[in-house]
Design a protein around this ligand. Structure first.
Ligand code: HXC
Length: 258
């Protein structure tokens, strides 16, 4: 698939996807989402890739779903084509880690896309919001659900009902983002973080991600059981033997992703 709305590149074992519709502040139209879905699937399958980054421009990660494209939709269009989640959930479905590196606006579907990633590194100029209420809509790709889990009911309700934006400081304070970095350092920082993850044993990275995600889907007792069984299974990997031997022998581990 030739890409016109995103750019991709591989840096070491990191796959970087850059949203690229600058004139529309990276508004997420169907073409972009098809391309993003395709790229994420490729990165997830490629054994040379250990982690992925989704980013945008300095001005906008993404200013939301494309309002111009959806303005005239009918209920039947939306319902029959399962608009919009049919091709929107790929970032949340990847087995490998996906980092959102967010500068500028992450609004509506842009905020929702960032929240589908495993964690968000924010530039100091990032602005998050779910402004759909101000255009007679509501969030449609997880804003009411994921935002509430990230930041709690009171703040999520206020954000969704007023459509106000949150700056990077507030986003960090309430746990929406893992860290804030100066905007000029965003990509370097995200890349170093992704490289670090990609340098670990790929099976243990996937297992770890799966276990953390499980905590959102189940009770504590079930989650603990899932974690313990998954923990037991690391003892079946060569990388666990290598990782622990390397620690004991005071050397760097050479993981084989096996
Ligand atoms: C289509 C958009 C867009 C969007 C911006 N643009 N956001 N086009 N869909 N979501 C376009 C503008 O029309 C304009 O095009 C160009 O990008 C620059 O935008 P401006 O508004 O001129 O820039 P600025 O004054 O800097 O304001 C930035 C902004 C504002 C605050 C981010 O653009 C804005 O409020 N955008 C909409 C945000 C929003 O409501 N998002 C939620 C969408 S609904 P022209 O051609 O005029 O230059 C949604 C639902 C998700 O996401 C549900 C399921 C996925």
């Amino acid at each position: 698939m030739a890409y016109t709305c995103i750019e991709t590149k591989t840096d070491d074992r990191v796959f970087i996807i850059t949203l690229n519709r600058p004139k529309a502040l990276n508004a997420l139209n169907l073409q972009l989402m098809d391309e993003l879905t395709d790229a994420l699937k490729k990165g997830d399958k490629d054994p040379q890739i250990g982690a992925m980054i989704i980013t945008g421009s300095e001005k906008a990660f993404a200013a939301g779903a494309d309002i111009k494209e959806m303005a005239d939709k009918s209920y039947m269009d939306a319902y029959k084509n399962d608009f919009i989640t049919a091709n929107w959930e790929q970032a949340a479905k990847c087995r490998k880690p996906v980092i959102a590196a967010v500068a500028g606006y992450a609004l509506g579907g842009g905020c929702e896309l960032a929240m589908m990633c495993d964690f968000i590194i924010a530039a100091d100029n990032a602005k998050f919001g779910q402004p759909e209420i101000s255009i007679g809509a509501i969030p449609g790709a997880g804003g009411t659900q994921r935002l509430t889990r990230f930041i709690g009911k009171s703040k999520a309700m206020e954000m969704c009902l007023t459509g106000r934006m949150m700056n990077a400081d507030e986003a960090e304070r309430c746990g929406l983002v893992s860290r804030i970095v100066p905007v000029a350092d965003l990509m370097q920082d995200a890349l170093e973080t992704a490289r670090k993850i990609a340098g670990f044993s790929a099976p243990s990275v996937m297992m770890c991600k799966e276990a953390v995600n499980r905590s959102y889907e189940t009770s504590l007792a079930e989650g603990m059981l899932f974690e313990r069984r998954t923990f037991h299974s690391v003892f079946a990997t060569e990388d666990q033997k290598e990782g622990m031997a390397a620690f004991i022998e005071k050397r760097k581990p050479g993981f084989k992703n096996a």
